[in-house]
Ligand binder design. Sequence first.
Ligand code: PHB
Length: 374
Amino acid sequence: MSLNTVANDNAVKSDLFDPVKLGPFTLTNRIVMAPLTRSRADDEGVTGDLQATYYAQRASAGLIISEATNISPQGKGYIRTPGIWSPQQVEGWKKTTAAVHAKGGRIFLQLWHVGRVSHSDLQPGGVLPVAPSAVRAEGVQAYTQHGFKPLETPRALDLDEIPGIVAQYVHGAKCAKDAGFDGVEIHAANGYLLQQFLSDKTNRRTDRYGGSIENRTRLVIEVVEAVTREWSADQVGIRISPLTKFSDIGDSNPEPLYVSLIDQLNPFGLAYVHVVEGDTGGERHPAGGFDLQKLRRAFNGLYMANNGFDQQLALDARANGLADLICFGRPFISNPDLVERLRSGAALSEADQATFYAGDEHGYTDYPTLSGAA
Ligand code: PHB
């Protein structure tokens, strides 16, 4: 009996490892590589061969979602994060999309505007970051070229600047298409700009973008509307984190807010909703939360679950019909062949935190697969 046959005999039986339709694509499995900030772009936000190698090594994921990628200079909040607004950035990303496609993988780009989670050191002209309202994120630091600095009180966007924000998403969406991505994910989670509009903790506006749920969801819906004019809606996903406290975000009553958001998203026919279940990187069932399965039941596309999944949690989620797609983050950093390891029940290697957000190929493209290849 060959080693392969033994591995197959021992393989975990779950439709987690079976193909699934997502928009025009047939993904090879239901495992998704989460967007992960790795801070290895150059100072102009350009990626290249290094990122192409990294993503291609992980192309056995059914779908890869790129690291969060700035849609404009204003949307940047951390040094060495990539962009998707300049011709050089588009050219750089083409290397990644080509390398992933050559391995039979699929990759979406995550469209990112950080809003207040930035610093004047990172903003063009040294101006303050923008947000729905002048409300500072407490206890949050920005990683600037001069080291960590506390966030400042942002400048509230004027009403007449909002079309320009939507235009930034459109431009990023177009650039992602030029770069050869298979689709885009609108980042409306983790306390960044779109969630700052959604949440009453950060949105104190008195115009038509603040106050009622209808008003606070308006910008997200306008962005979805605009992006789905550039891309077929079934190649567009959206990420939300209704219960997170990440970057000092929060809402006094998230359930009706997110139920309304999902209801308003349904007519678009998006590919998926990507839900950070619980507090980002933390408690999956925080106190004061609500049953996120309500959103799954209400949504008419695929439901992608994220946050602290391991093999057992993922198998259980599929067995109990709790998610269509399961997103893994940290395990993909140190296990490029994560799908194969989950399928065979092999041990996972631990990721080295020291190289999450810094450095070069070390801690990035040098994690070996089970068969030893980097
Ligand atoms: C991060 O860079 O730390 C980061 C980016 C996007 C997220 C979460 C964290 O959604």
